[in-house]
Design a protein around this ligand. Structure first.
Ligand code: PDD
Length: 295
């Protein structure tokens, strides 16, 4: 059984317990991160911790740890489990408090982290997708644990025999239920720009950076639903799946057979870029002492 971290302790996942009054349980009042780790080497850890800090800031929940403390926490939970390709899930909620919509002035956050196999949601590639109306709020840039719309999107995709839902807001592509989206249209690789309607995906940003200055430079621009449906190639990005080629949208095959030529080229570039980055990452140290979050 895997070992998780809860409020300063490492313990078997099945024995971890939180209060039913935890605001994460009652209100979905919390934020999270998912960090891929390859044989004790976290990929883009600083970027994930920076996004976590931004999400906490956006919901006015004081960050319970400094960056060195987060690093020690990540190291402790990862090295308490067998080395392999894993994703580390970190969640911070506003903690237990009497039920009241208004946030407590002085919360005691709940800090939880667990590992899962990176391939826990396999799907045969390339994947089928559907389009759905993006009915979420206007702060999709916060990585909030309140994911009910995303759960509904992914479940609708699954019920339709698809892997992912591509979300459309007012006629424009935003992102997937749990991924960012890239398209090839007019011979250019395009992805929607950062805004309050998409999560600033770490994988998305790594890919945009990796391709900068190359013939495959990504254009960060608005993409209409019509442009999406007429695209030659489409792919999804996320920390748990890297790049995933899309075969069809709403039952219609894309212009180029998936995985298309641009996808193959870009994936190979991305894989090399990622490998080169990973060798510069020091493996996490053996178990370290973790200080309890400041209450
Ligand atoms: N989700 N957009 C949404 C809504 C997401 O939930 C995710 C990832 C992404 C891609 O972000 P990144 O490249 O940083 O993983 C975009 C994670 C994997 C999850 O919720 O499990």
């Amino acid at each position: 059984m895997s070992i998780c971290y809860l409020n300063g302790e490492l313990l078997p996942l099945a024995t971890a317990r939180i209060s039913v009054l935890d605001r994460g349980f009652i209100f979905g009042d919390g934020v999270y991160e998912v960090i891929p780790i390859f044989d004790d080497r976290p990929f883009r850890l600083d970027e994930h911790l920076t996004r976590l800090a931004r999400s906490l800031d956006a919901i006015a929940l004081p960050n319970p740890h400094t960056i060195p403390q987060w690093r020690a926490l990540v190291s402790a939970v990862v090295t308490a489990n067998p080395p392999s390709e894993i994703s580390l899930y970190i969640q911070v909620t506003r903690g237990p408090a009497p039920r009241n919509h208004a946030a407590p002035i002085d919360p005691t956050p709940t800090v939880f982290a667990m590992v899962s196999p990176l391939t826990s949601t396999p799907a045969p590639l390339p994947v089928a997708t559907i389009t759905l109306a993006d009915i979420r709020w206007a702060r999709c840039d916060i990585k909030a644990v309140s994911l009910l719309p995303n759960v509904m999107f992914r479940s609708a995709a699954q019920a339709a025999g698809a892997y992912e839902a591509l979300l459309i807001r007012d006629g424009w592509l935003t992102e997937g239920a749990a991924s960012n989206v890239f398209v090839i249209a007019d011979g250019r690789i395009k992805t929607p720009p950062h805004s309050c309607y998409i999560l600033p995906g770490v994988t998305r940003d790594v890919l945009v950076t990796a391709l900068k200055g190359s013939a495959d430079e990504v254009l960060e621009t608005a993409i209409s639903k019509d442009e999406l449906l007429a695209a030659d190639e489409v792919w999804l990005t996320s920390s748990t799946r890297d790049l995933v080629p899309v075969a069809s949208i709403d039952g219609c095959a894309l212009g180029a057979a998936a995985p298309g030529p641009v996808f193959r080229r870009v994936t190979s570039h991305y894989t090399q870029y990622k490998r080169a980055m990973l060798v510069t990452v020091a493996p996490l140290n053996a178990r370290q002492r973790i200080s309890r979050p400041s209450a």
